[in-house]
Design a protein around this ligand. Structure first.
Ligand code: C5P
Length: 215
């Protein structure tokens, strides 16, 4: 499994644990695609709000899901998502209304099934570093390259505040960890890294060392 084109690196963790920064840099080092699965849930949440659908009205959300065309692509080795012909921007996906509603949408099993299929399709074409909540536990349970990036709630809240982003991460974590469908868990065979007092570079270094040791 030395061939980068077949590597599947799963990186999970709670909101603002730094996993996205780390996953992006690890993907760059390995020369494979970085996929933010959270952006997919964010993109569909944006679309729900854009269509004036109440996120708590499951039937209407599922009605919209049925008629929604996703195109999951990549640009400069990073995942992109186009919904019904519109390429979503990071600002749209990270907006406050999306932050507030994404965990409710992501708790719907049918939404997850649709997006998990899109996530697996990435790995059919090339190696990936994918970050999210259920990547090691559900999306790619067979990969030996599983990581769980953690940080204390205080540090995570500070990181979001420093980015100037309004984000109720405690509320999202509560919903993400307690939902029935694919909750946030630490996969049994994952390497756990507490990034509270580490720089992103240190975490990246540790993840790369572990990947090299395991392949
Ligand atoms: O990773 P990010 O914070 O952008 O994810 C936004 C939300 O998307 C999470 O709070 C969670 O509700 C949902 N999500 C998920 N499963 C994933 C990735 C994200 O449920 N694999």
């Amino acid at each position: 499994m030395n061939d980068e084109s077949t590597k599947i690196v799963a990186i999970d963790g709670p909101a603002a644990s730094g996993k996205s920064t780390v996953a992006r840099q690890v993907a760059q080092e390995l020369g494979i695609v970085f996929v933010s699965s959270g952006e997919m849930y964010r993109a569909f949440t944006w679309w729900v709000l854009e269509n004036d659908v109440d996120p708590t009205d499951k039937n209407s959300v599922l009605e919209l899901l049925k008629s929604t065309k996703f195109i999951c692509g990549k640009s400069e080795n990073k995942s992109t998502i186009t919904i019904d012909g519109k390429l979503l921007t990071r600002a749209e996906m990270a907006s406050e209304p999306v932050n507030q509603n994404v965990s409710v949408i992501a708790a719907i099993p049918e939404v997850r099934a649709r997006l998990v299929a899109e996530q697996r399709a990435y790995a059919e074409k090339s190696g990936v570093v994918m970050e999210g909540r259920d990547i090691g536990s559900v999306v790619f349970p067979d990969t030996p390259l599983k990581f769980y990036i953690d940080a204390s709630p205080e540090v995570r809240q500070q990181r979001r505040a420093a980015e100037g982003i309004e984000d109720s991460i405690a509320n999202r974590d509560k919903i993400d960890s307690n939902r029935k469908a694919s909750p946030l868990v630490i996969p049994e065979d994952a390497v756990v890294v507490d990034s509270s007092y580490m720089t992103a570079e240190e975490v990246v270094g540790e993840v790369l060392r572990e990947i090299r040791a395991r392949t």
